[in-house]
Design a protein. Structure first.
Length: 116
C-alpha cells in the first residue's frame, strides 16, 4: 500500500522559513515526478513545485521555494524561505507515474500558517 506522509508544517512569522518533508512508502518513486500543492481556505488547490529530472515552480514561489529529493530515502522536500501570509495553506505532496499526466498518489497534508 502506497503512503505519502508530509511533515514539517507549522506556524511562522512573515519572512521566516520552513522545510516540508514527504516520505513515501509502499513502492519506490525515484524515477517518478513528485510534486507539492497547496490549498488555502476558500480556494482551490494549486500547484507549487514539482521535480523529476528538472524542477518547476509556480510563479508565486519562484526564488523563495526549493524542491529537492532524496531517492535513497524515497523522500521529497520543499524548502520555503521568505514566507508570506499568502503562503498560508495546507500543503500536499503527490506522485505521478507519468511525465505529464495526473498525480496518482497524495499525502494527507500539513498545515503552514504565516503570520504578518
Amino acid at each position: 500500500q502506497v503512503q505519502l506522509v508530509e511533515s514539517g508544517g507549522g506556524s511562522v512569522q512573515a519572512g521566516g522559513s520552513l522545510r516540508l518533508s514527504c516520505a513515501a512508502s509502499g513502492r519506490t518513486f525515484s524515477n517518478y515526478r513528485m510534486g507539492w500543492f497547496r490549498q488555502a481556505p476558500g480556494k482551490e488547490r494549486e500547484f507549487v513545485a514539482a521535480i523529476r529530472w528538472i524542477s518547476t515552480y509556480a510563479d508565486s514561489v519562484k526564488g523563495r521555494f526549493t524542491i529537492s529529493r532524496n531517492n535513497a530515502a524515497n523522500t521529497v522536500y520543499l524548502q520555503m524561505n521568505k514566507l508570506k501570509p499568502d503562503d498560508t495553506a495546507v500543503y500536499y505532496c503527490a506522485v505521478s507515474l507519468t511525465d505529464s499526466g495526473p498525480y496518482d498518489y497524495w499525502g494527507q497534508g500539513t498545515q503552514v500558517t504565516v503570520s504578518s
